[in-house]
Design a protein around this ligand. Structure first.
Ligand SMILES: Cc1cc2nc3c(=O)[nH]c(=O)nc-3n(C[C@H](O)[C@H](O)[C@H](O)COP(=O)(O)O)c2cc1C
Length: 162
């Protein structure tokens, strides 16, 4: 199945790390979502801005991706959890595309408070078949320590190669 991996990462590169693990195994095309206006570098400021944005459903402008969803059958979409939902930039990406007839694999990274990320992502992919959704836990300090067992992660990635 022709597959594209699209991810957003902001803090530690946790979501990027998972996306790259999938890429290694599947050989799929991969690209990152980036906002046109970067978030403040200071964690507290970015976090406060993220809170306001997730609460209002704000969709920040994102840079044009090097690949077009139209050209793929399956799109694997990764986001960090921001205030119990997907990062705002991922909301923009999902809202901007037509998912009719596509297979979407949503995955998210979190620090222990997963909220409704997967459900919220699925809501924005109307017309898609949702396949193998996955929540991946990193440490509760918001850091880069992977807490989901590697065997579970590898099993999931293995499924994506079929
Ligand atoms: C603005 C912001 C809000 C966050 N909100 C949550 C949350 O609601 N629940 C949670 O479990 N983790 C939350 N986190 C932690 C991140 O989801 C987690 O560390 C993630 O793996 C970071 O991914 P990244 O390194 O790819 O950006 C938040 C982090 C940031 C920066």
């Amino acid at each position: 199945m022709k597959t594209l991996i699209v991810y957003y990462t902001w803090h530690n590169g946790n979501t990027k790390r998972i996306a790259e693990m999938i890429q290694k195994k599947t050989g799929a095309d991969i690209c990152a979502i980036e906002t046109v206006t970067p978030y403040p570098k200071e964690y507290r400021k970015a976090s406060d801005q993220g809170k306001r944005e997730t609460e209002t459903g704000f969709e920040p402008e994102i840079k044009k991706l090097p690949y077009d969803v139209k050209d793929y059958e399956r799109i694997i979409v990764g986001t960090p959890t921001w205030w119990y939902t997907m990062a705002p930039a991922v909301r923009t990406f999902l809202d901007q595309n037509d998912w009719t007839g596509k297979t979407v694999v949503p995955f998210m990274t979190n620090a222990g408070w997963p909220g409704t990320v997967i459900h919220d992502m699925m809501d924005l992919c109307s017309g898609a078949m949702i396949s193998n959704p996955m929540e991946i836990l990193f440490d509760s300090e918001g850091g880069p320590v992977l807490k989901t067992e590697e065997s579970i992660l590898n099993k999931w990635i293995e499924k994506l190669t079929k």
